[in-house]
Design a protein around this ligand. Structure first.
Ligand SMILES: Nc1nc2c(c(=O)[nH]1)N[C@H]1C(S)=C(S)[C@@H](COP(=O)(O)OP(=O)(O)OC[C@H]3O[C@@H](n4cnc5c(=O)[nH]c(N)nc54)[C@H](O)[C@@H]3O)O[C@H]1N2
Ligand SMILES: Nc1nc2c(c(=O)[nH]1)N[C@H]1C(S)=C(S)[C@@H](COP(=O)(O)OP(=O)(O)OC[C@H]3O[C@@H](n4cnc5c(=O)[nH]c(N)nc54)[C@H](O)[C@@H]3O)O[C@H]1N2
Ligand SMILES: [Mo]
Length: 671
């Protein structure tokens, strides 16, 4: 991102035209970054709460008062049990410096509870790793050379624009694009074909495709023999998954399963590149890890990895030689504290001290996150943050739904105002984030805030004095061949540097699994109590798997990101919110008619966990039986002060302990 600065003020941001992935293009929301940075509602000085928790009434205080108050309170709690203190952070910035560096050091030294950061990607990550070994795959910059691209559980026009540019280029060169998604998203409608399966049934679809590949001999037997293990047992397993059985599980036609399997296998057989961009939409259900694991088996079966443009990409994150030990200093931990899963923060804030749980959570320090809006089963999250005996500190740019519950709010800098270094989870470039302008008001980088707190707590280790540049210089291991020749000063000057990775990562096998092969059969899964072979784990909540619940709540609900929001970030930027309008619920005409709901009616969406209201959009974008509430709205911008997470559940996925945001049954009624 290039920033234009005039008289110390950032006036424009644009994509770097020289950066190959970015190619001069920013997505809609990030192109408004100056509007967001100079927003009249920016939190520009420390504040303490003067109203009730959640009410949002605050009063300005000095940095000294804020830091003294926090240090005194944390010291007092830590004297009883430091594990009663919990950091809570995630995607606000995923920078390696302003994310988990000084903050992690601080909480490690303190001996606070550890946070398991599962809210986004850990189910799919686990499933992918069992099969492929690490989260690397097809290079984003190769996709334009593929002949067939399956866009599986992702809406790249909204959430992965730079991949979409490559997919468009492939299309111009004659490739076919197929979207696999219960919803006709902005991206699905622009693909040649759209397979609208029921949520949570992707694992079954992959099994059905494998059935067709094996049955019809659409296999690369040489690749299978040399670079995979467990093929015979896999073949036996998928024999059961006829197109008929698959179609029934997925709520689609048997011919769709046949066609998908054949097209994938036949294109590969012709020697052309078949590529899969599997994304996170399909892993936010009970069997989400297994779904990604099954899909990750497909490329090896047809030898798609032989091509640089073939294979699969879930994430590029394990390609980066990050030095977490230097950044986060786990060696500072006094002993091994307990771990709290961020996806069950609602339940965990409400838990009393017990031998199994340990001590009750007495303080939460939130940075880079907005749990009151984004965490599942929001009524419990809000109830937890409303506890009078909980001490809450929030580092923020804005007075978010979470900040409303804080005792102390601290003003943080934005990306334009601080130094950082980034890895990525789509492309393969290390990136430097230079500060473009001075911090606004009294805002301070997260690192500086934790540095000041460390000093007040009396933490004397030299790592607490390191500058942001000194931390950034340690982010990537320079002895690692992937980061060849990168030192911080040159990265800062150039802005970005591509990792040194092979173009076709698994053309000759070399998977990072225990066997070194693509594991159709996984001993590790068996040891972890999972089915060692691909299987389908039905959703917790669906008409087929929970018929009694479905009598009361017959509609499946998903809440994927709206194009103009980044999770809950940017929701308060007027121009972007104006484009999204207000919270909507997309529902199929027959589901609407059954309930007397007209396009534009206000509806209430509810289940046993909670309810929220939205304006109905009657549209066949949502398949029958499915409702879609594009997200993540700030609660305070909704007419009822609630959002889609009122009805989501805290149950976790089959692997990776991740949330099941899209594994939800609801009923919808006209208000
Ligand atoms: N504009 C925008 N961009 C973003 C984000 C954002 O909030 N806004 N968030 C960023 C983050 S943190 C992430 S993790 C990524 C997420 O990126 P993606 O994983 O690509 O997420 P989405 O764009 O929501 O695409 C999910 C798609 O999956 C579909 N889906 C839902 N359930 C299922 C299912 O069971 N099976 C299948 N096959 N499809 C299903 C949804 O209808 C939706 O179209 O995007 C990043 N980019
Ligand atoms: N229903 C539903 N819920 C979901 C999802 C969904 O699809 N549906 N998606 C899930 C996913 S994929 C994710 S990743 C999570 C994301 O959830 P979060 O990680 O909570 O992400 P955001 O909602 O974007 O909130 C980030 C906050 O960090 C702040 N911030 C940004 N930069 C900085 C900084 O440098 N310093 C400080 N102190 N603060 C900063 C922003 O102002 C913003 O308020 O939400 C999850 N929740
Ligand atoms: Mo995410």
């Amino acid at each position: 991102m290039l920033v234009t600065v005039e008289d110390g003020v950032a006036t424009q941001v644009r994509g770097d035209p020289d950066h190959p992935t970015t190619a001069g293009v920013l997505c809609t929301k990030v192109s408004r970054y100056t509007e967001r940075t100079y927003h009249k509602d920016r939190v520009l000085h420390p504040m303490k709460r003067v109203g009730r928790k959640g009410e949002g009434r605050f009063e300005r205080i000095s940095w000294d008062e804020a830091l003294d108050t926090i240090a005194a309170r944390l010291r007092e709690i830590a004297a009883r049990d430091p594990q009663a203190i919990l950091p809570y952070s995630y995607a606000g910035t995923m920078g390696l410096v302003q994310g988990e560096s000084m903050a992690a050091r601080f909480f490690h030294k303190l001996g606070a509870s550890l946070l398991d950061r599962t809210i986004c990607a850990s189910a799919g990550g686990a499933g992918y790793k069992y099969t492929i070994g690490s989260r690397i795959g097809t290079d984003l910059e190769q996709f334009q050379n593929a002949k067939l691209i399956l866009i599986w559980g992702g809406n790249p026009i909204a959430s992965n624009l730079h991949f979409w540019m490559r997919a468009q280029e492939a299309k111009r060169r004659g490739a076919k694009l197929i979207a696999i998604d219960p919803y006709r998203s902005l991206s699905a409608e622009k693909c040649h074909q759209h397979v609208a399966l029921l949520p949570g049934t992707d694992a079954a679809l992959a099994l059905g495709m494998m059935h067709v590949l094996v049955r019809d001999g659409l296999l690369d037997t040489d690749y299978i023999a040399r670079h995979t293990i467990g093929f015979d047992r896999l073949a036996e397993r998928v024999a059961e998954w006829t197109p008929e059985r698959t179609a029934e599980a997925c709520g689609i036609m048997p011919a769709e399963v046949e066609q998908l399997g054949r097209e994938y296998g036949e294109t590969a057989k012709r020697g052309e590149a078949v590529a899969i961009r599997v994304n996170y939409g399909l892993q936010r259900v009970r069997g989400g890890g297994m779904a990604v694991r099954n899909i990750a088996c497909l490329p090896a079966l047809v030898g798609a990895w032989r091509h640089a443009a073939g294979g699969i990409q879930l994430s590029s994150s394990d390609g980066f030689p990050k030095n977490n030990a230097a950044l986060q200093r786990p060696d500072l931990l006094p002993n091994r504290p307990r771990t709290i899963n961020m996806s069950t923060i609602g339940d965990d804030l409400l838990r009393e001290s017990t031998p199994a749980f340990g001590t009750r959570i007495e303080a939460v320090v939130v940075y880079n996150a907005n749990p009151v809006a984004v965490a599942p089963e929001s009524p419990k999250v809000a109830q937890g943050f409303a506890r009078e005996d909980l001490f809450t500190v929030v580092l923020e740019h804005f007075q978010t739904d979470t900040a409303d519950y804080a005792d102390i709010v601290l003003p943080a800098t934005t990306q334009l105002e601080h130094v950082d270094v980034h890895s990525a989870y789509g492309h393969n470039y290390m990136m430097a984030n230079n500060a473009a302008v001075a911090p606004l008001g009294e805002a301070r980088p997260n690192t500086e805030i934790f540095r000041l707190l460390a000093a007040r707590m009396g933490f004397a280790d030299t790592c607490f004095n390191e500058s942001d540049d000194e931390i950034a210089a340690q982010a990537f291991r320079r002895d690692d061949p992937r980061a060849v020749q990168v030192d911080w000063e040159s990265l800062k000057r150039k802005g970005w540097q591509k990792l040194n990775l092979p173009a076709a990562p698994f053309a000759e096998g070399g998977f990072a699994t225990p066997s070194g092969k693509c594991e159709f059969y996984s001993e590790r899964m068996l040891a972890d109590g999972l089915d060692p072979l691909p299987t389908w784990i039905p959703p917790y909540e669906s008409v087929a798997s929970a018929p009694d619940l479905a009598k009361k709540y017959p509609l499946a609900m998903i809440s994927p990101p709206a194009r103009n929001f980044l999770n809950s970030t940017f929701v308060n930027v007027q121009s972007l919110r104006d484009t999204e309008g207000e919270p909507h619920l997309d529902m199929h005409p027959s589901d609407a008619a059954e309930r007397g709901i007209a396009d534009g009616s206000m509806v209430r969406i509810f289940n046993d966990r909670g309810s929220f209201v939205a304006r109905a959009r009657v549209t066949d974008r949502a398949r029958q039986g499915l409702v879609v509430g594009l997200s993540i709205w700030w609660k305070k911008f909704a007419s009822d002060g609630r959002n889609a997470n009122e009805v989501t559940s805290q149950r976790l996925t089959d692997m990776g302990n991740a949330p099941t945001f899209y594994d939800v049954l609801v009923q919808v009624a006209k208000v």
